[in-house]
Design a protein around this ligand. Structure first.
Ligand code: XMP
Length: 323
């Protein structure tokens, strides 16, 4: 019968068998899938696994720390963190077009990841033969079957993988659905904040700033997003919504009155949605008092924001993200 205990036991045995005394690398995104895959492989082969986390500076408040501290504390995994914020911001300077942003972020991500990989191999020798992927069952079906070695579909993740990838893949979640992955993660002792994490796009806040991405704008959006998340969590609404993008309209200004005078600031958009699979979505009918609290706090606490608006568009016609 299916139990998380059985799944873990089976996978641990299979991974040990597959890897033997060689080594594996795993990229962590901060998301549920890569975290659970890494934790499972760590349980199987311990220090023969090294994880890589690329901090592109586009994460939300506290997310990098969550990986650096909480994930490591829960799993004991060997982690290489690459601080690439400056590099990403430089590459994104002057760019407003959404597709262009995605391309740049994907490209830089691959470069940084490959470099980290090369460093690990230089450090640990040629026995680094395996790459861990958090591929789920729906991903397998969607990409038309299985592989086992390189050249998997880039799917929705940042940039995907290089064509000439020469690693053998370890994909311990290939038979699981998302809710099962969450159960396995819980059983492995991962922090609730990671296991119950809502979907977040690989390009991060880079595609939640309408306009050019700058450090200042990212900091501002991080503050607004943290407030929205805090209030939604406090109201017990995390399980009711699929995700709630918070978007900064950096190219738009509107007049406001705050404190002792007129302001000319930016609007923040709240985009709470309910969904089964992100293919379609409906806007969430959040309680007015929760919306009011979020609005009041954001306009009071975040500099340069003088207006909070609610997105009431379903998907289709609107996508979940604004870019
Ligand atoms: P859209 O905006 O297309 O989003 O309705 C559907 C779901 O996918 C997420 N999303 C992404 N995830 N890389 C990702 O890993 C991306 O480039 C990306 N774009 C959108 C989005 O957050 C939603 O859950």
């Amino acid at each position: 019968s299916w139990t998380t205990g059985n799944v873990i036991e089976e996978q641990v045995a299979a991974i040990r068998e597959q890897v033997g005394d060689r080594r594996a690398i795993c990229g962590l995104s901060g998301g549920v899938d890569s975290a659970v895959a890494a934790a499972l492989v760590q349980k199987a082969i311990g220090s023969q696994l090294t994880c890589v986390y690329v901090d592109h500076g586009l994460m939300r408040k506290g997310e990098t720390e969550q990986v650096e501290k909480d994930f490591v504390a829960a799993t004991g995994v060997q982690l290489k963190v690459v601080d690439a914020e400056e590099r990403f911001l430089k590459a994104l300077a002057g760019v407003s077009d959404p597709e262009e942003k995605r391309k740049i972020i994907g490209r830089e991500f691959i470069r940084v990841f490959e470099q980290a990989q090369a460093e690990i191999i230089a450090d640990q020798g040629p026995a680094v033969e395996f790459l861990v992927q958090g591929t789920l069952y729906p991903d397998v079906v969607e990409s038309g079957g299985g592989t086992g070695t390189a050249n998997i579909k880039s799917h929705h993740n940042v940039g995907g993988l290089p064509e000439d990838l020469e690693f053998k893949l370890i994909e311990p979640l290939r038979k699981l659905f998302k809710d099962e992955v969450r159960m396995v993660g819980q059983e492995l002792g991962l922090p609730e904040e990671i296991v119950q994490r809502q979907p977040f796009p690989g390009p991060g806040l880079g595609i939640r700033i309408v306009g050019e991405v700058t450090k200042e704008r990212l900091d501002l959006l991080r503050e607004a997003d943290a407030i929205a998340r805090e209030e939604l969590t406090a109201a017990g609404l995390d399980r009711d919504i699929w995700q709630c993008p918070v978007v900064l309209l950096a190219d738009v200004r509107s007049v406001g009155v705050q404190g002792d005078g007129r302001t000319y600031g930016h609007p923040i958009v709240l985009r709470p949605v309910s969904s089964e699979d992100a293919m379609t979505a409906d806007w969430s009918r959040l309680p007015y008092d929760v919306l009011a609290r979020i609005s009041t706090r954001i306009t009071n606490e975040v500099r340069d924001v003088n207006r909070v608006v609610l997105d009431v568009t379903s998907k289709p016609p609107g996508t979940i993200e604004w870019e």
